[in-house]
Design a protein around this ligand. Structure first.
Ligand code: ATP
Ligand code: MG
Length: 227
């Protein structure tokens, strides 16, 4: 995916400026201070936020012009999985991901069953989603996204509400994906084995490098400490 001359303004506030990125690596991390523009930037990838200037392309398609096609190729995970869960039970929520897929009912059931087994949700198949733990909700959201077979997975702080065990579980699942993964996180340890880390500050890309130097730049920015 590419960002070309991307800027975003809300009234007088400049949220993003001069963002030029060709994001081709398999695993890319994005880090930056609160309010630096990370969520605004990644939400442009599926057209949830429109750039004021410039263009975002996914798979060669301009997101602004081909929003529907791009959305079907991009799986999005939000910090609070509750916003993503739409059906009353785990099984129904996963099956909902495959609505309109044209798959026969038995195949939908097979895929939903496989997803529940893979994500440790089989014992909760007919459980009300609201009773799941925070980590289980994130696993459900990730499973639901993956059922749609997206080409790209964008995860905006998917581990923020989770305990260490669930952080590692979600990180491990994301790390194992064949798809391109874009991960926004304040958990620096999750960024150490990325292929590339982009650092945003006040709406601009201030570092774009291997994890070592990019994270050193970020730590210095945040703490004033020498890298
Ligand atoms: N719809 C909007 N209207 C006005 N300002 C907005 C809007 N959306 C975002 N902003 C502002 O844009 C800036 C960047 O917000 P954004 O959510 O992209 O930051 P972030 O880097 O994801 O921060 P965090 O780490 O806290 O999630 C913030 O100052 C925010 O208040
Ligand atoms: Mg954010």
């Amino acid at each position: 995916m590419t960002f070309t001359g991307v800027g975003l303004r809300h009234g007088e506030r400049t949220v993003l400026a001069d963002v030029d990125l060709a994001l081709t690596e398999h695993r890319i991390g994005i880090v930056g201070a609160n309010g630096s523009g990370k969520s605004s930037m990644v939400r442009m990838i599926n057209g949830l936020v429109r750039p004021t200037t410039g263009r975002v392309e996914v798979g060669g398609l301009d997101v602004a012009r081909h929003t529907r096609r791009v959305r079907s190729a991009v799986g999005f995970l939000f910090p609070d999985a509750e916003h993503q869960i739409v059906m009353p039970t785990v099984r129904e929520d996963l099956a909902f991901s495959l609505r309109g897929s044209g798959l026969p009912r038995e195949e939908v059931e097979r895929r939903v069953g496989a997803a529940m087994a893979e994500f440790g949700l089989a014992d909760h198949a007919d459980h009300p989603c609201y009773l799941l733990s925070g980590g289980q909700k994130q696993l459900l959201a990730l499973a639901a996204v993956l059922l749609t077979e997206p080409a790209v997975v964008v995860a905006d702080e998917p581990t923020t509400l989770l305990d260490l065990r669930n952080v590692q579980m979600i990180a491990g699942r994301l790390a194992a994906l064949d798809q391109q993964v874009l991960l926004v996180t304040h958990h620096l340890e999750l960024l150490r084995d990325m292929d590339r880390v982009v650092v945003l500050d006040e709406g601009r890309v201030v570092a774009d490098d291997a994890p070592g130097p990019a994270l050193a730049h970020y730590v210095q920015l945040m703490t004033g400490a020498a890298p």
